[in-house]
Ligand binder design. Structure first.
Ligand code: GLA
Length: 389
């Protein structure tokens, strides 16, 4: 059985075991994890990014209920929770409740029994939370008999993450998980919220090195970086006397001219964002042309910028990038996700993926850390309802 089939079966069985047998056939949605090839910390700066969904998933099986409460069971955590619309649960259930709440603001969503099964590592910077949100959102929309465009669902889940969980994140994760297509990356403009599917012109995959250093966005420096970028925008607006609304309105010349007005830290934060947007365009074009070496160069330059200018890396992430980059056949590597831990993504030729993974696996405990793990990822599609493809 393929891994996703096993996962779906786990969710279906979990539903029966937690909430009893029933004649109704459950609705099942499958949402992928994502890596971000280039475009780190640009999304909340109205910038550009280039994510790709990978074949690790969260599966949610669901059945409607007669009342408006939601019962949810996680086969991975072996936990079951029940909440009604007025409740505000914590932990992983908070994501489920936040999605239900946001969807209920816009329409009728019935009560439901849900079971979750996941093979996305949590805390690894691979958007396990967005995958959970989109899978839950997709089944709830189906149970409601509503029609919601994929982009609207992604935006609803983004609101759920911000309002329900308190991370001031941008739209990257929910758009990637919601809108990616198989064998393509997603070029996303976070200012206009327009996007383009960028077909991978060749057989490539990714290696993910999970450092094992867990990051918690809400507790880490993530929201501090959001504040610093806002401060940089205010300083640049004052210094230039023009209507700078976000770092997207600034190019490198303007930034250099007004560097003194920013001071060292804000200048470096802004320089990362401005140069990272440029790297996304370079990487998108290179990806289209099948010039994977150039994509890899943009990834490596992006990592240096995240490390030195944006200061969201950590020694384990740097070691993992170094190890991956020194491995034959790897085009490039960088941290993916919020940083301060989590994972590194490396771009590799598809036919060599298992061999490269093994080479890195052999060295990862010594070079990165005892809890580090390596796995492979293939480009995958965004959230989907089973039986609807
Ligand atoms: C996290 C956030 C995203 C994005 C990335 C950094 O994954 O959830 O919105 O800001 O960090 O690129």
């Amino acid at each position: 059985m393929r891994e996703t089939e096993i996962l779906v079966e786990r969710a279906r069985t979990g539903l029966r075991e937690a909430f009893g047998d029933d004649d109704t056939d459950p609705v099942v949605a499958l949402a992928p994890a994502r890596v971000n090839l280039v475009g780190g910390h640009t999304d909340y700066n109205d910038g550009l990014c280039l994510p790709m969904a990978i074949d690790r998933h969260v599966a949610v099986a669901a059945r409607p209920r007669d009342d408006d409460s939601i019962r949810v069971s996680s086969t991975d955590f072996d936990e079951t929770a029940t909440f009604s619309p007025a409740d505000d649960p914590s932990g992983w259930v908070a994501y489920v409740a936040a999605v239900a709440r946001v969807l209920r603001e816009d329409g009728d969503v019935p009560g439901a029994d849900l079971a979750i099964a996941s093979n996305v590592p949590t805390g690894a910077g691979l958007s396990s939370s967005a995958a959970l949100e989109l899978a839950v959102g997709r089944v709830l929309v189906e149970l409601a008999g509503a029609a919601l465009a994929p982009k609207a669902l992604a935006l609803a889940c983004w609101r759920a993450e911000r309002e329900g969980v308190g991370v001031e994140c941008g739209i990257l994760d929910q758009f990637a998980v919601g809108l990616c297509e198989p064998d393509a990356a997603l070029f996303l403009d976070c200012q206009t919220r327009e996007y383009e599917h960028v077909p991978l012109a060749g057989d490539v995959g990714v290696l993910v090195v999970d450092t094992g250093v867990s990051h918690e966005l809400a507790d880490s420096g993530y929201n501090d970086r959001v504040r610093e970028c806002e401060a940089a925008v205010t300083a640049l607006r004052d210094a230039t006397g023009t209507r700078v609304r976000s770092l997207r309105d600034v190019d490198i010349d303007v930034l250099e001219t007004h560097a003194d007005a920013l001071g060292d830290v804000l200048y470096r934060r802004a320089r990362h964002v401005v140069t990272e947007n440029e790297r996304v365009v370079v990487a998108r074009d290179a990806l289209k042309a099948g010039e994977f070496g150039r994509v890899g160069d943009a990834m490596l330059a992006g990592h240096e910028s995240l490390r030195d200018d944006y200061e969201v890396s950590c020694p384990e992430l740097d070691a993992a990038v170094e190890l991956a980059a020194a491995t034959e056949g790897v085009y490039g590597a960088r941290m993916t996700g919020g940083g301060f831990g989590g994972s590194v993504v490396a771009l590799v030729a598809g036919d060599a993926i298992e061999r490269r993974a093994q080479t890195i696996r052999d060295a990862v405990a010594d070079r990165v850390g005892p809890d580090a793990r390596v796995f492979t990822g293939r480009p995958s599609g965004g959230v989907r309802l089973l039986g609807s493809e």
